[in-house]
Design a binder for this molecule. Structure first.
Ligand code: GRG
Length: 328
């Protein structure tokens, strides 16, 4: 989903639009804070290349909706989450042998696998350090727990590579950790920075976790049901890597199972995608996601009436509608 434009719901709100450049400044400061220029070059490259900044939008909108303003700590929280996210992408690209991310060359492609481990580690360490020093020990602890979740989610995915017996629930467990945890912690930090009460914080955590699941399931669906032209990147990558995702596992039947092989060539990938698209993959997954989007919104705490609270209510559905437009 990297090169297409995600929904910009909310960016018409001046306080939100003003806060995003502050987050960018913080990201740049953190990602280029090494005493070693070469580390700054690589850590700075992936973070400067952008990304949708969806996690930041959620954190800033959450802070605005709960407190009415975006504090420096909320800005730093968004930047820490983005730098952690980018660090995990550096490691993910290394594991996938990817050569491009966010339209720029990956660290592993340009500098090698060992340095990619180190650059990702630097980014994780710096984000944790800034969280401890500039937000709070609670924030640092929550972020560290989210990193552990990301790692466990990724381990679960690796353990199930090429496994056609992986169940949809197995896939959900993995993505709740590898993607849901960072959305969740972002919303928890937004509540923390807004001095929200415990009930509000718990509900924001549920909203974030559920949004993360929705986001990842749609990402997985697009890899199976969109096109290179619409998506701006190749499709079928999960199949090539042996990652059998939630939408595919729900569509599993004997015909599909017989087509799933290790290292499929282009013709086999095209055949699997064609079988999936002829069936109810899209309808089934979008139906599941519509329900999940409703659950996500229902998890929101009671919030004072504001434009930003409306954004938090609209964003899950807007994201789903946007993803649906990318399906062939
Ligand atoms: C040490 C933190 C750490 C992680 C190591 C590699 C790994 C374990 C975890 C991978 C987690 C991962 C890459 C999950 C996928 C998350 C995801 C949906 C990424 C794409 O997010 P977007 O589309 O990306 O928001 P942009 O580029 O828009 O920010």
């Amino acid at each position: 989903m990297s090169t297409t434009t995600a929904p910009t719901t909310g960016l018409s709100i001046p306080a939100l639009a003003r806060a995003l450049p502050r987050v960018e400044d913080e990201i740049r400061r953190m990602a280029t804070s090494s005493s070693l220029p070469i580390v700054n070059e690589f850590s700075g490259r992936i973070t400067a290349a952008g990304g949708k900044r969806l996690r930041s939008v959620l954190i800033l909108a959450g802070a605005l909706a709960m407190r009415g303003s975006v504090t420096d700590k909320a800005v730093t929280s968004a930047a820490c989450v983005e730098v952690l996210h980018a660090g995990s992408l550096v490691h993910d690209d290394l594991m996938d042998n990817a050569t491009e991310r966010r339209g720029v060359r990956t660290v592993n492609a340009d500098w090698g696998p060992g340095p990619a481990v180190l650059v990702g580690d630097f980014m994780l360490a710096r984000a944790s350090q800034v969280a401890l020093r500039e937000i709070s020990p609670f924030a640092a602890e929550q972020l560290a727990a989210a990193v552990a979740d990301l790692v466990e989610g990724q381990v679960l995915e690796v353990l199930d590579l090429h496994n056609p017996d992986r169940s949809p629930d197995d896939a959900l467990r993995s993505i709740a950790l590898k993607t849901g945890a960072l959305f969740r912690v972002g919303c928890v930090l937004a509540a923390h920075c807004a001095d929200a009460d415990e009930v509000t914080t718990t509900r924001m955590a549920e909203y974030g976790a559920s949004f993360g699941l929705l986001f990842q399931i749609l990402d997985d669906l697009l890899d199976l049901a969109s096109t290179r032209l619409r998506l701006g990147k190749p499709v079928g990558t999960d199949l090539r890597q042996g990652v059998y995702t939630f939408p595919l596992l729900r569509a599993m039947d004997p015909e599909l199972r017989a087509l799933l092989v290790r290292d499929p060539d282009d013709d086999r990938v095209a055949e699997v995608l064609a079988v999936l698209r002829r069936g109810s993959l899209v309808e089934d997954t979008l139906g599941y996601c519509r329900n999940l989007a409703r659950q996500t919104v229902a998890a929101l705490p009671v919030l004072p009436s504001s434009e930003t609270a409306d954004i938090l209510r609209e964003l899950p559905g807007a994201y789903l509608d946007w993803a649906a437009t990318l399906i062939a």
